[in-house]
Design a protein around this ligand. Structure first.
Ligand code: M6R
Length: 611
């Protein structure tokens, strides 16, 4: 939700900043802007994508070795040139980029307006930089102190970078609730919302903590907290590789990420399962084994696709570990005074590890004394740093806004947590565990096989690409898969789609079924197979078109369905991992055929850091 990048050093800032903005564009693409300081402070900004900004400045000599850039997901103020970042103070000497929301901006703005400040945009961000200017004017303090005092009075979330025309060697970066990474080079520093703009220049990074302010000069870095106490920075080595950020020959990141799943699922299990011994090892939560043995309840909090993974987790944990699980929308959880105590385990699932709703839910649960685990993909993100323990998904960077490989990795981790907990609680036999872990070990090959249905899915997508609506049905742990299939289709193709438990259809949605309604049914040969067949008949009787996801070799459903997509046979707990693949491909091809921008669907952002 807004990407920010900055550079101070001996090189030209523009190429670094513009490349960084391309890398961060997944966070928002309503507008883009750059500030450069050479002899004077210059701002260039444009509504639209980073490429629009590039065209806008193509004939300008973009000089300066101090610079910063922003790619925006609009919150306060419509996407437009004037609301694009960077914003400036009234005297045009200060410039700011911001990711987050200044919640008390209206009060601050009122006071500033009364003092004669004139605003050029509708944003909360512009108010903050005027506020800093105002403090400087009123108190005569230097910029560093004025920023610190302003941030002490701000309510809300922010990652900001500030430049001053009077300080040609200084970037001020600060964070509270929104991510910020500092890249440490030799005679140069980088700042960014994540490490992707930094990785090709240095592997040494510092993750700024909440309430810290960094004063960054090309040969000096000073970090203080908001109370003005000097902090000792902790420099970490990045494991990210540059190739992970490229499309690698695929037309879109989303397709690349779909095809990466055999590897990402494998990476997620590596060193964690020992099939022959029937053993699961999860180093990240090992210290909490006793807690898991005695736990009465697990609450999963997440949003979007991660919430769907949580629902799969609920089936698996309840089935195998016999612990009651509640799965909550993080955004609802914190606003309804939930009953949580120190006896509870709360698991947050988040690809980005930065989702504001999920973080807020976690903070609440932590305040109430619960033990907190994270299941996150981005190493070092805010959620893993907030939790007591956790298990990384290790899916690698996910750039496509629609989540694909992160989902299957989350489901894999939850499967491991279910089996680990079951093993510790003695709710699964050793022989069953050996059997299941052996099958789980083979899932990457089965996913590889499921990907072979691609051509068949292209045919089906071309048949239904002009539909206005689509239903997705599944039972048991295939119900969350249906929800995920519907979310994928709607978010990238803009076709209205709903996921339902197959049996629930007759309680309402069946009224929607006619000859124009494609119905995707997950009908694999498992416990609810016969019941799902009845649901298929109910759709057929009303003229609906069935696209069935079936177990390889199933001729019974083939005889009833209009289209079938076969997936390889697997044991019931692993169906979500395999059945999701054709639904991702169906959404992808449908969206491409409809001319949609699959990697950057309208109105969305990869990382939602506002509540
Ligand atoms: O980074 P997170 O997993 O916390 O993100 C949660 C949702 O915003 C995310 O899954 C969203 O629903 C995706 N666009 C789904 O494809």
């Amino acid at each position: 939700m807004c990407g920010i990048v900055g550079y101070v050093g001996y090189r030209d800032a523009y190429p670094i900043v513009i490349k960084g903005l391309h890398r961060l564009e997944y966070r928002g693409y309503d507008s883009a802007g750059i500030a450069l300081l050479d002899e004077e402070l210059k701002i260039y900004k444009k509504a639209g994508k980073v490429s629009d900004l590039e065209s806008h400045v193509k004939d300008i000599d973009m000089v300066g070795s101090l610079g910063m850039g922003h790619t925006r997901w609009a919150t306060h103020g419509a996407p437009s040139d004037r609301n694009s970042h960077p914003h400036q103070s009234g005297n045009r000497k200060l410039s700011i980029i911001h990711n987050g929301i200044i919640e008390n901006y209206a009060v601050l703005k009122e006071t500033l307006l009364a003092k004669g400040h004139v605003f050029m945009s509708d944003t909360d961000t512009e108010v903050l930089i005027h506020f800093v200017e105002d403090i400087q004017q009123e108190t005569g303090l230097d910029l560093q102190d004025a920023v610190r005092i302003a941030l002490n009075k701000v309510v809300g979330a922010y990652a900001i970078v500030i430049m001053s025309a009077d300080e040609p060697d200084l970037l001020i970066a600060a964070r509270k609730g929104s991510p910020m990474v500092i890249g440490v080079g030799e005679g140069e520093y980088f700042v960014a919302s994540d490490a992707t703009p930094i990785v090709e220049y240095t592997k040494n990074v510092i993750y700024l903590n909440d309430n810290e302010i960094a004063y960054i000069r090309r040969n000096d870095l000073l970090i203080k907290n908001i109370d003005n106490t000097v902090q000792a920075p902790y420099i970490q080595r990045l494991e990210l590789q540059l190739e992970m950020l490229e499309k690698g020959g695929f037309e879109h990141f989303m397709l690349k990420e779909i095809y990466e799943q055999p590897r990402s699922i494998h990476d997620c299990m590596r060193g964690r399962i020992y099939p022959q011994e029937g053993k699961v090892q999860l180093g990240g939560i090992k210290e909490y084994t006793e807690k898991l043995k005695n736990i009465d309840r697990i609450i999963i909090v997440a949003c979007g696709t991660s919430w769907h993974a949580g629902l799969v987790g609920e089936y698996l944990i309840e089935e195998y570990a016999r612990v009651p699980v509640e799965v909550e929308y993080a955004s609802e959880f914190r606003y309804r005074n939930p009953i949580i105590s120190e006896k509870d385990l709360v698991i947050a699932i988040s690809q980005s590890g930065e989702t504001a709703d999920t973080m807020a839910a976690l903070e609440l649960a932590k305040e109430k004394g619960a033990t907190i685990f994270g299941v996150c993909n981005v190493v070092g993100a805010s959620i893993p740093r907030l939790t007591h323990a956790g298990v990384y998904t290790h899916a690698g960077p996910e750039i496509g806004v629609a989540s694909t490989k992160a989902f299957t990795a989350q489901v894999t981790v939850l499967t491991l947590i279910a089996f680990y907990t079951a093993q510790q609680r003695g709710t699964i036999t050793q022989s069953k565990l050996v059997e299941y872990l052996t099958q789980l070990n083979d899932i990457p090959q089965l996913v590889e096989k499921a990907l072979k249905a691609n051509d068949r899915i292209v045919e089906i997508a071309s048949e239904f690409k002009n539909s206005s609506n689509c239903l997705f049905l599944g039972r048991g742990s295939s119900f969350p898969v249906a929800l995920e299939g519907a979310l994928k289709l709607k978010e990238i193709s803009y076709i209205h789609a709903e996921g339902y438990p197959a049996a629930e259809m007759k309680h309402g949605p069946i009224a929607l079924i006619d000859e124009n309604m494609p119905v995707v049914v997950i009908a694999t040969k498992h416990s609810s197979y016969e019941k799902v067949i009845s649901n298929i008949q109910e759709v057929k009787a009303r003229g609906g078109h069935i696209i069935a996801i079936v177990t390889e070799g199933d001729n019974d459903v083939r005889a009833m369905a209009d289209y079938v997509i076969e997936i390889p046979e697997t044991a019931e707990p692993f169906v979500p991992l395999v059945a999701t693949i054709p639904l991702q491909l169906l959404a992808y091809h449908t969206a491409v055929m409809r001319g949609c921008n699959v990697d950057q669907p309208r109105n969305l952002a990869k990382s939602v850091t506002v509540e």
